[in-house]
Design a protein around this ligand. Structure first.
Ligand code: KIV
Ligand code: NA
Length: 277
């Protein structure tokens, strides 16, 4: 499959073909997503929690995000790669955001960056896009600001809140975002925002009417413990299945059923005799 580009993503949206996106956090998760044929891969800062065990996404260091983005890129041939700029690497000034985005592209090998926020990011997005850095906006529930929401709460449930998300979406599009990620809003709100915008809207917990969907890979594979928001569909039982497999291995080591004959190298009898003497 040829490399997925922004014009290709726009073509999919125009032709009403849903865009598939999934996160990846290392070489093998990038490789699996790419070989499965998804259109876009997000190196999301959710990897702080699902792959590194941090309590929230705001604890991850920028260099850790770059390290993971770089590993993902080594597994990806066709999908369009976007990486999150983590908390603290873009809020201070447009210049800080440009510096961070350049690092993420040069060292992290991503093709675009994603930042969380609305109208307050307009000068930053204008600056980034003026240098040809593709920016995906992220609105609705923005996990880097979860403390101010009082946790992972659905957004846009009142007319006023939905209106403010729509205003943010329009501001981000106007500022130059090539796509927008919309998280945890009612499906009808996702539909209206998608209809009003001219750029692809990728939803997570935003219903079926967005231009595409994204899920966190380890979440949808059943690889992240007990986390199960309403929008999450589990396509695999990664943790359960692999814990069972490792248990079997450990038991087989204990009862000496592993390794078996077929796992052993052999030596010719004459060589063995010589060796013994
Ligand atoms: O970090 C992440 O995984 C995200 C999700 C919204 C997909 O930003
Ligand atoms: Na994120």
């Amino acid at each position: 499959r040829p490399q997925v580009t922004i014009p290709e993503l726009n073509r999919l949206r125009k032709n009403d073909i849903p865009i598939s996106m999934i996160t990846a956090h290392d070489y093998v998760s990038g490789l699996m997503a790419d070989q499965a044929g998804v259109d876009m891969i997000l190196v999301g800062d959710s990897l702080a929690m699902v792959a590194l065990g941090y309590a929230n996404t705001n604890e991850i260091e920028f260099d850790e995000m770059i390290y993971h983005a770089k590993a993902v890129s080594r597994g990806v041939k066709s999908a369009f790669i976007i990486a999150d700029l983590p908390f603290g690497t873009y809020e201070i000034s447009p210049e800080q955001a440009v510096e961070s985005a350049i690092q993420m592209i040069r060292r992290g090998k991503s093709q675009a960056i994603k930042i969380e926020g609305g109208q307050e990011l307009v000068p930053t997005i204008k600056k980034l896009t003026s240098f040809g850095i593709p920016v995906m906006g992220h609105i609705g529930l923005t996990p880097q600001r979860q403390s101010s929401f009082g946790g992972f709460k659905v957004q846009g449930k009142t007319a006023k809140s939905a209106e403010s998300i729509l205003d943010d979406a329009l501001a981000l599009q106007e500022a130059g975002c090539f796509a927008i990620l919309l998280e945890a809003v009612p499906d009808k709100v996702g539909q209206i925002i998608t209809d009003v915008l001219d750029v692809p809207v990728i939803g997570i917990g935003a219903g079926p009417y967005t231009s595409g969907q994204v899920l966190v890979q380890l979440d949808m594979l059943g690889g992240f413990g007990t986390f199960s928001p309403k929008f999450l569909k589990k396509y695999s039982n990664y943790l359960e299945d692999n814990i069972t497999a490792i248990k079997r291995y450990s038991e087989e080591v204990k009862d000496r059923s592993f390794p078996a004959k077929e796992h052993c190298y052999s030596i010719k009898a004459e060589e063995l005799d010589k060796f013994k003497n």
